[in-house]
Design a binder for this molecule. Structure first.
Ligand code: ADP
Ligand code: ADP
Length: 229
């Protein structure tokens, strides 16, 4: 479960300027596809279309054969987890932030997710940086730590479909490697769409789609794409 298909999708935010044209690809259930390309190529737009934040003009986006136009926003949100580029945390404890996607989760489950994301030490703390959060439990979280909160949330939610939108792009090399390892763990066995700037960060994807100006310019495994250059 969790097969994602783009079938000849064309999309424009406004009528005059097409953003995506003739986009077709499959992410078989449990597999990983990476979309790579320069800034402005349309990568994030693809992830928004899976959530059906916008209606497409041509083609279809399908999940397990069902057009996302026929799926409720609630089911889409339940089926899809996203680790965004920049995680904005709620004005509450880290544990609350981890539990956000699954309010029914037990404390033990929250703790286990936090341990896997390596933030178990401070789940009772509050993220610092908001006016209301200058209490003694206030924590100043680095970009990497905030990403780990998003990862812990995703581990707990365990959605069949995962979108990683340049989830490590804002991090230094050392943190990037650690977070990447955590992300690899979360995405194992789940349908995963990875959005990235560089080919070198998506070596393990089953297929890489290189997007240029809203079209698929190249596609293949990392090995095949490198060999063709
Ligand atoms: P990428 O993720 O590859 O950097 P995006 O999908 O964010 O690219 O953007 C693709 C194009 O769509 C860009 O030209 C961008 O300016 C435009 N765009 C993105 N979001 C919107 C929006 N909400 N309204 C209008 N244009 C947008
Ligand atoms: P949940 O349904 O899990 O409680 P939300 O409804 O807030 O959480 O969002 C579901 C998923 O959609 C989350 O993984 C979240 O990161 C993602 N999401 C929500 N809003 C946006 C948005 N505006 N842009 C990108 N992703 C979003």
């Amino acid at each position: 479960k969790g097969h994602v298909r783009f079938d000849d999708v064309a999309f424009a935010y406004d009528g005059d300027r097409p953003i995506l044209k003739g986009i077709s690809f499959d992410i078989p259930a449990g597999r990983t596809v990476a979309v790579v390309g320069p800034s402005g190529a349309g990568k994030s737009t693809i992830s928004r279309l899976i959530f059906r934040f916008y209606d497409i003009q041509e083609g279809a986006v399908l999940i397990d054969g069902q057009d996302v136009r026929d799926v409720t926003q609630e089911s889409l949100r339940a089926a899809i987890g996203m680790v965004p580029q920049d995680t904005v945390l709620f004005n509450d404890t880290i544990a609350y932030n981890i539990r956000y996607g699954r309010p029914d989760a037990s404390e033990e489950e929250v703790r286990r997710a936090a341990e896997l994301a390596q933030i178990a030490d401070f789940i009772d703390g509050l993220p610092a940086g908001y006016d209301t959060m200058v209490g003694e439990r206030g924590l100043k979280l680095s970009g990497g730590e905030k990403q780990r909160v998003a990862i812990a949330r995703t581990i707990l939610k365990a959605p069949p479909i995962l979108i990683l939108d340049e989830a490590t792009s804002a991090l230094d090399t050392h943190t990037e490697q650690e977070i990447q390892a955590a992300l690899d763990m979360v995405s194992r066995g789940r349908t995963t769409l990875v959005i990235a700037h560089r080919l070198s960060t998506v070596i393990a994807a089953d297929e890489i789609i290189v997007l240029k100006d809203g079209r698929i310019a190249e596609r293949g495994t990392h090995h095949a794409l490198i060999a063709a250059r």
